[in-house]
Design a protein around this ligand. Structure first.
Ligand SMILES: CC(C)(COP(=O)(O)OP(=O)(O)OC[C@H]1O[C@@H](n2cnc3c(N)ncnc32)[C@H](O)[C@@H]1OP(=O)(O)O)[C@@H](O)C(=O)NCCC(=O)NCCS
Length: 146
């Protein structure tokens, strides 16, 4: 059975393993305090972070992390899907799709005005999944490190 639900404290070990895989995918090593801060933010109901996990037969197999924020173009908040990852052993079983569908459903329920995300232009597997939802627009990203 597949379910998508809020992340909880009991998911710490499973989430950390998936998070390590996600970091490796991006060839990044985040300091342990950043990982701890992120996990605490996911558990904190007053933080604007939304952590959802997909569970298959009781085992956590993927996650999404989103940030809900205000928007100058709408009264309702918008949701930025920042991270999406599925255990490589569980791919092509519809779990990534289920994690995005879950956010669409959640957003409709809660009245968010938009859900958006971005990815590397060359991330073909993610883009095939994303194209099922909406075509990519023609914005480019500028990122200035401070
Ligand atoms: C991208 C990712 C989340 C997809 O997860 P997934 O559970 O395998 O995706 P799904 O099984 O829900 O795929 C749904 C559809 O997307 C497309 N798709 C997904 N992965 C694909 C692949 N490797 N090749 C071709 N199409 C793919 C297919 O249309 C697929 O439907 P189908 O299997 O019925 O043909 C997963 O590959 C992943 O974690 N990748 C590494 C991290 C990453 O790239 N995250 C996104 C960064 S922004």
């Amino acid at each position: 059975m597949t379910i998508v639900r809020d992340i909880s404290e009991q998911d710490a070990q499973a989430w950390r393993a998936l998070w390590a895989g996600y970091n490796a995918f991006y060839e990044t090593v985040l300091p342990p305090d950043v990982t701890a801060h992120t996990f605490n933010g996911l558990l904190d109901p007053s933080a604007p972070m939304i952590g959802r996990v997909v569970e298959v037969d009781g085992r956590v197999a993927g996650f999404s992390i989103s940030i809900l924020h205000a928007c100058s173009w709408s009264i309702a908040p918008v949701c930025y899907l920042e991270d999406l990852f599925v255990d490589p052993a569980c791919r092509r079983k519809g779990l990534g799709k289920a994690l995005i569908e879950d956010l669409v459903e959640l957003g409709r329920e809660k009245g968010w005005s938009r859900l958006y995300w971005h990815t590397k232009a060359g991330n073909a597997q993610a883009r095939r999944l994303y194209d099922l939802f909406v075509p990519a627009d023609d914005f480019v990203r500028y990122r200035l490190k401070l």
